[in-house]
Design a protein around this ligand. Structure first.
Ligand code: GDP
Ligand code: MG
Length: 203
């Protein structure tokens, strides 16, 4: 049975330019892949999904990863429910910058207990396996060393498991919120919110 009370989750992806942040979100919102560098011009894309019978409104904030946009980034990072750190498995530089983006997020979002904030790391572009430069184990070890950090690998291009991964991420965040405080889930009136194009059932 589908719950009538949608839950709103603010989602942000951080990482170096070109790692595939926009491509990932594009798959989630439009179910398509583009071979060009994409720019989402709107501040926020809305996608309504159903996960395990629960209506979830994803408010997706795409970032360009540029220092000049720091004030915008500060705004984007406020009250984020889901922070996804993205790197490109063919680029060690993008992997090495995960630490920077994690620290930057914690600095800008200023969560009540930083060590309890859950992060999700995505190693993107696994379709380019022959050019892989970051072993999965290395990324897993980095996540383990941080605590509260879940690792996934995928290809925004192949799209085979993109939705599966996002569903896992949403499940984790929802169950965590439920444990923390049942009332902390922001229940929103969908009529009063921005209407998504369509609802996708991921359960
Ligand atoms: P962003 O700067 O992090 O938002 O990166 P984009 O989403 O704009 O992607 C940068 C480039 O990488 C584009 O040319 C995309 O087509 C390409 N790209 C993104 N994801 C993948 C992927 O999974 N596999 C491959 N081969 N290319 C990808
Ligand atoms: Mg982008």
């Amino acid at each position: 049975m589908i719950s009538t009370k949608p839950v709103s989750l603010k989602v942000i992806a951080l990482g170096e330019y070109g790692v595939g942040k926009t491509s990932l979100f594009y798959q989630i919102v439009h179910d398509k892949f583009h071979n060009e560098y994409l720019t989402i011009h709107d501040d926020c894309a809305i996608k309504e999904v159903v996960v395990d019978g629960r209506n979830v409104i994803l408010k997706i904030y795409d970032t360009c990863g540029c220092e000049e946009y720091l004030s915008l980034l500060r705004l984007y990072c406020k009250e984020v429910d889901v922070c996804i750190l993205v790197y490109d498995v063919t680029s060690p530089e993008s992997f090495n910058k995960l630490e920077y983006w994690r620290d930057e997020f914690l600095r800008l979002s200023d969560p009540p207990v930083p060590k309890h904030f859950p992060f999700f790391v995505i190693g993107n572009k696994t379709d380019l396996e022959e050019s892989r430069a970051v072993p999965a184990r290395k990324a897993e070890e980095w996540c383990e060393s941080k605590g509260n950090t879940t690792y996934f690998e995928l290809s925004a291009k192949d799209n085979a498991i993109v939705k599966q991964v996002f569903m896992d991420i949403i499940r984790t965040v929802l169950s965590r919120k439920a444990i923390e405080d049942d009332d902390s889930l922001r229940v929103v009136d969908i009529q009063a919110d921005v209407k998504p194009n369509k609802t996708t059932c991921w359960s």
